[in-house]
Ligand binder design. Structure first.
Ligand SMILES: C[S@@+](CC[C@H](N)C(=O)[O-])C[C@H]1O[C@@H](n2cnc3c(N)ncnc32)[C@H](O)[C@@H]1O
Length: 256
C-alpha cells in the first residue's frame, strides 16, 4: 500500500458522491493523476499548511526513483508529512533566487508546479512569471482558488472577499492565456475552490509574455451603436462558408 493510499481512497469515494465534496476531491485527484502518470517527476508546491496537497503528491510519487516533491511555505510546516521523497523549504514563495540556491535541481526543470500560497493577484503573478521559465515542456502549473462561484452572494461558501480575490486571480490567468496562446493550454475544474491548469507548450527557459487584460463589455446595445458609428468590422459566424471554421473537416490536409 502506498504511503497515503487511504487518503486517496477517501477522495475517490467522495468523487463518486452527488454532494459538492466531489468537486474538492476531483481537484486533488486531478493532481494525483498528473503526478502518477509521470516517470520521475520533480514537483514544486507553493503553500503547505497542514499538507493536504502534499500528501496527494507524495502518494503519487512513492516508489518512483528520483522523483521528488519540494514544498515551500513561509511558516514552518516541516512536520506536516514524513517521506524520503519530500524536501521542505521555509521561505517566501516569490524569492526564487534564494530557492534556486537551496534547490538547484529546479534549474533542470519542473514537471508540476502547484500554486496555493498567498491568494492575491499580485502574488500569483510573481509566482507564475517567476517560475514559468523553469517548467519543462509539457510541464504543468496548477493554480488553486480560482473559482468565485461558490463564494458569491447566497451561495454555499458566501464570502465577499474570497469571491473577489478568486475572480481577480482567474482574470489574471485569462489575461496570461490571452497573451500566450502558443505556449499554454488552459483548463479548469470548478465547484470547489477551483483548480486551473496550464500545460506548457514551449521550451525550458522560455518566458511568458506580459498579460493582456481586456475590459469585459456590458450593455450590448451601447456597443452595437458604437460599432455602427465607427463602421467597425466584427466577426459573424457563417455556417455556409468554411471561413468561420478554424479547422475544415472537409479538408484532408488538416490531418497532415
Ligand atoms: C491554502 S494554504 C496551503 C494549503 C495546502 N496546499 C493544502 O492543500 O493543504 C496556504 C499556505 O500558504 C502559505 N503562505 C502564505 N504566504 C506565503 C508566501 N508569501 N510564501 C510562501 N508561503 C506562503 C501559508 O503559510 C499557508 O500555509
Amino acid at each position: 500500500m502506498k504511503i497515503y493510499e487511504k487518503y486517496i481512497n477517501t477522495l475517490l469515494a467522495h468523487s463518486k458522491k452527488k454532494s459538492e465534496s466531489r468537486f474538492a476531491a476531483n481537484q486533488l485527484l486531478e493532481m494525483h493523476f498528473e503526478a502518477t502518470k509521470r516517470e520521475s517527476p520533480v514537483i514544486v508546491e507553493l503553500g503547505v499548511d497542514k499538507g493536504q496537497s502534499t500528501r496527494v503528491f507524495l502518494n503519487a510519487i512513492t516508489d518512483k526513483s528520483n522523483a521528488r516533491l519540494i514544498s515551500i511555505d513561509i511558516k514552518d510546516c516541516k512536520e506536516a508529512v514524513k517521506s524520503s521523497n519530500w524536501e521542505f523549504v521555509q521561505q517566501d514563495s516569490v524569492d526564487i533566487k534564494s530557492l534556486l540556491l537551496k534547490k538547484p535541481i529546479i534549474k533542470d526543470g519542473i514537471d508540476i508546479l502547484y500554486i496555493d500560497s498567498l491568494h492575491t493577484q499580485s502574488h500569483v503573478f510573481k509566482e507564475v512569471y517567476g517560475f514559468f521559465e523553469y517548467i519543462k515542456p509539457k510541464g504543468v502549473i496548477y493554480f488553486d482558488d480560482i473559482d468565485s462561484g461558490p463564494y458569491m452572494n447566497g451561495q454555499r461558501k458566501d464570502s465577499v472577499s474570497t469571491e473577489i480575490v478568486n475572480r481577480k486571480i482567474f482574470n489574471l490567468l485569462e489575461a496570461i492565456f490571452r497573451a500566450n496562446y502558443s505556449s499554454i493550454d488552459f483548463s479548469i475544474n470548478r465547484g470547489s475552490t477551483g483548480l486551473a491548469k496550464f500545460v506548457k507548450n514551449s521550451e525550458l527557459g522560455d518566458k511568458l509574455n506580459p498579460p493582456i487584460f481586456i475590459k469585459k463589455r456590458q450593455f450590448k446595445f451601447f456597443w452595437k451603436l458604437l460599432e455602427l458609428l465607427k463602421l467597425k468590422k466584427t466577426y459573424h459566424h457563417d455556417n455556409s462558408s468554411n471561413e468561420s471554421f478554424l479547422i475544415n473537416v472537409d479538408n484532408d490536409k488538416n490531418d497532415e
